[in-house]
Ligand binder design. Structure first.
Ligand code: F3S
Length: 469
């Protein structure tokens, strides 16, 4: 009797945004469906995939360092396949294969469906007929047993319908509803590495969320690069959001990342009236000055951004807001930068992700005159001041929230043994005494202290007859 060979083991290490994390789960799902065992360390894996981000130079350098480190394992086990996937793979393409000859596979975000076939080709050294035009296959050099493959074509139709992600969280699920981006913000690499916007069919999205709810997960986050520009056959994003919020078993719905221009009265109405849609919105500001916004090609002004904030707050009074901000965009004057600080003080975001501008080859902003690029020390000083201003505001807001009683979804064990960590509907993080067996449960928690950014709390009895925010 012949014995089944032991399954091949695959390890996927993901960097970058939630969309990329979701792609990592997709690759794991695709490999698992083909009999691979997913393992949690590269040490004993047959295939190691580093799923990368290209948004900032610093993130890329970090990943290149990590890939070089993996070469050490490959020296011990030359049969191990190293693949680099995701946005940096798409951006660097064949250059990556040339610079890192120990990498066997470079695959962009539209190539994952054929991942098992491409891996088999690398193993056997022969190409199947399913390679797409534009993909490169290098025959193995005499010194090497394997071919190198690059899979870099962007595919207007690839939405990964019909494929299952390997979801590892039993608490919350991230559901991509859109891939790519039709905007051309001049600082951003994403449209060049992920192609134009592609939206999934609403029926498939809702079916997937029904299956997620049937599996016991109660929170979903709809994902897209400009998620609220979603449109499919007469389905707008607000309509989809409403439908998702009504799936039986789903208690909380979030979405990420919206574009301010697509925050409409209809969307606010859905947020205000659908009980499952959480009172939290990420609204990327990027800059608080009209000339900079125009040069970033953000397609809104400070005034219209502030109007959106007002509209959202009028419709959902208890809403929390977070944002992204870039300082030291080429040509940003000190006065213009101070405009950003002013908007931060006006809006008072609950949370902010703050960055220095990072030039990305191929994006329009890199072609601005050299003298416009801001001195790194000045850029650092602007960032430090922005962070200080934001933290001060966040601390003030959170101190006023101590004493609130909130509905918390328990996500994981906290750093302190004996404590668990969860999130309120308004996306505030709370640690409180409790048993990790509660992960996935909802608890009623009084916020008793704050570090400025997060909260400590204690579980209390739910107030009778009161629906908690
Ligand atoms: Fe995300 Fe980074 Fe790509 S932020 S879309 S993984 S460039």
């Amino acid at each position: 009797m012949t014995q089944n060979p032991s399954p091949r083991r695959a390890y996927v290490e993901t960097y970058g945004c939630q969309m990329n994390i979701s792609d990592g789960e997709l690759m794991e799902g695709i490999l698992e469906a083909q009999g691979y065992q997913i393992v949690s360390t590269p040490d004993d894996a047959d295939v190691v995939l580093v799923n990368t981000c290209a948004i900032r130079e610093h993130a890329e350098r970090r990943v290149l360092g990590r890939v070089a480190q993996l070469q050490g394992i490959k020296r011990e086990r030359p049969e191990m396949v190293i693949g680099v996937t995701g946005c940096m793979a798409q951006r660097m393409g064949d250059t990556l294969l040339d610079e890192a000859p120990y990498v066997d596979l470079v695959m962009g975000p539209d190539g994952y469906r054929a991942l098992p076939e491409r891996l088999a080709e690398i193993r056997t050294g022969s190409r199947s007929k399913t390679g797409r035009p534009g993909d490169r296959a290098e025959p193995p050099p005499p010194s090497k047993k394997r071919m190198q493959l690059s899979v870099l074509s962007l595919d207007m139709d690839e939405n990964y319908e019909g494929l299952e992600q390997r979801r590892t969280s039993s608490v919350a699920a991230w559901v991509p509803i859109q891939r790519g981006c039709d905007h051309r913000c001049t600082f951003c690499i994403v449209p060049y590495v992920r192609g134009p916007e592609k939206n999934r069919k609403p029926a498939e999205i809702v079916d997937e969320i029904r299956a997620i709810a049937d599996g016991g997960v109660t929170e979903v986050t709809l994902l897209g690069q400009t998620v609220n520009s979603y449109e499919f056959d007469g389905w707008s994003f607000p309509r989809l959001l409403r439908e998702v919020g009504r799936v039986s078993g789903i208690e909380r719905v979030r979405y990420q990342s919206p574009h301010p221009n697509d925050v409409t009265p209809e969307l606010v109405e859905v947020m205000a009236t659908e009980p499952a849609v959480c009172e939290n919105l990420h609204l990327p500001l990027q800059a608080g000055n009209d000339r900079t916004l125009k040069r970033m090609l953000r397609r809104y002004t400070v005034e219209s951004f502030l109007e959106k904030v007002e509209m959202v707050r009028a419709g959902v009074p208890d809403i929390t807001l977070s944002t992204d901000v870039i300082v030291a965009f080429p040509g940003e004057t000190d006065e213009e930068y101070r405009g950003t600080l002013q908007v931060m003080r006006t809006v008072r975001f609950d949370d902010a992700f703050t960055y220095k501008y990072s030039p990305r080859d191929g994006t329009p902003a890199t072609r601005l005159p050299e003298e416009q690029f801001i001195d790194p020390e000045e850029a650092q000083a602007r960032l430090a001041e922005l962070i200080e201003v934001h933290r001060g505001i966040q601390d003030e807001i959170n101190r006023t929230e101590v004493g609130r009683i909130e509905n918390v979804l328990v996500e994981k064990q906290a750093r302190d043994p004996g404590s668990i960590l969860g999130r309120t509907r308004r996306n505030k993080v709370v640690a409180f005494p409790g048993d990790p067996a509660r992960i996935g449960d909802y608890a009623t928690v009084e916020l008793t202290s704050t570090t400025g950014a997060t909260f400590g709390g204690v579980e209390v009895a739910a107030p009778a007859g009161v629906a908690l925010p």
